[in-house]
Design a protein around this ligand. Structure first.
Ligand code: ACO
Length: 323
């Protein structure tokens, strides 16, 4: 059977780093509050004029280099974002053009913070279905563009960045010991729209809008749903929690990550953490964490990696990878 294997990873973070203390003279907040309530210490913000497709292109180039492939080897680009350069065309097509790819498909997936998990499952289905052989799967965001800088409950949480993986078709016996994406679990429940949304858009206000969030309610859903989706995906893969080598969670809040690891009975030394350095980069957070951990040489071939995320929609899910 065909299976999708991660052949390479890459990421890009804008050069501008903003420490928690930067917010202290603008808002009634403190480094202490942000650190203890979220685990965030600093984040990167894109420069003026630097767009989501710019960040995504850099991450994609890094992933290609890491894979030992050239742009011509890629026959699909799937990009997760909620902060596209333009309403259309898809950011994926802009990255495709920047890389000089002229064939295959390119489109965006929008599932907010769960976007990369959705895009990865989508790319895996395309590969297993025979629609592509090598897909660049990218998560890229410039959430700094949709912040309400007067709302201390949201603007201290988010950062900009991009991460990418190259997913490649490989023949497999179908055994869970073989490399590749083993299983996915995706969920959405649109009745929770008001918990987390952007209050503008093309067909409503005609403006880009700003992010609105009832953080404590999102927090509760996250703690309840993330361990559950990870367990469901592990079940589908025929694996036990004891067989998990790494949890690579969406990096929204250290307290959510810790609670999820606890529910899964995973020690924190099996959890990849980037939230302190990156903040919440929405769809970019998981591919960023994968790429950072990969650069540090933390993953061994054959390791079981659990990714999970929840975000606006609500949408949430998990993908299980045999590295
Ligand atoms: N500095 C100081 N005080 C603050 C700040 C701040 N930056 N932000 C909020 N507070 C205050 C609140 O006003 C509140 O004060 P009050 O009690 O006087 O009203 C108090 O802190 C507690 O507020 P809560 O919202 O209950 O704090 P909580 O512990 O829940 O932390 C946080 C807030 C960090 C937002 C948390 O709820 C969270 O991380 N939620 C999940 C967010 C998330 O995971 N989003 C994921 C998806 S993102 C996406 O899809 C785009």
């Amino acid at each position: 059977i065909r299976r999708s294997v991660i052949r390479g990873t890459g990421h890009y973070l804008p050069e501008r780093v903003v420490e928690n203390s930067w917010f202290e003279d603008k808002l009634d907040t403190s480094d202490e509050w942000i650190r203890t309530r979220t685990g965030i210490e600093r984040r990167h913000f894109a420069e003026d004029g630097q767009t989501t497709s710019d960040l995504a292109t850099r991450a994609a180039q890094a992933a290609l280099a890491n894979s030992g492939l050239s742009a011509g080897d890629i026959d699909g680009v799937i990009l997760a974002t909620s902060t596209p350069d333009f309403t259309f065309p898809a950011v994926a097509t802009m990255v495709q053009a920047n890389l000089g790819i002229k064939s295959g498909f390119a489109y965006d997936v929008q599932a907010v913070c769960a976007g990369f998990v959705f895009a990865l499952a989508n790319a895996d289905a395309m590969i297993r279905g025979g629609l592509a052989n090598r897909v660049l799967v990218i998560g890229a965001e410039t959430f700094s563009r949709i912040m309400d800088w007067t709302d201390r409950g949201t603007c201290v949480l988010f950062g900009d960045g991009a991460g990418a993986v190259v997913l490649e078709a490989q023949e497999s016996s179908g055994n869970s010991a073989d490399r590749g994406i083993l299983a996915s679990d995706l969920n959405s429940d649109g009745q929770y729209r008001d918990l987390l949304y952007v209050d503008g858009g093309v067909s409503s206000t005609g403006t880009a809008g700003q992010l609105r969030m009832q953080g404590n309610l999102v927090f509760r859903h996250a703690v309840e749903k993330l361990a559950k989706t990870a367990h469901t995906a592990l079940d589908k893969a025929g694996l036990q929690t004891s067989e998990v080598d790494w949890l690579v969670p969406h990096q929204a809040n250290l307290r959510i990550i810790t609670a999820t690891a606890q529910k899964m009975e995973l020690p924190m030394d099996k959890v990849v953490l980037t939230v302190a350095e990156h903040g919440n980069t929405s769809a970019a957070s998981i591919p960023l964490a994968l790429s950072v951990a990969d650069r540090e040489g933390r993953f061994q071939q054959g390791d079981v990696i659990v990714t999970e995320a929840i975000g606006g929609g609500l949408s949430w899910g998990s993908v299980i990878i045999r590295w």
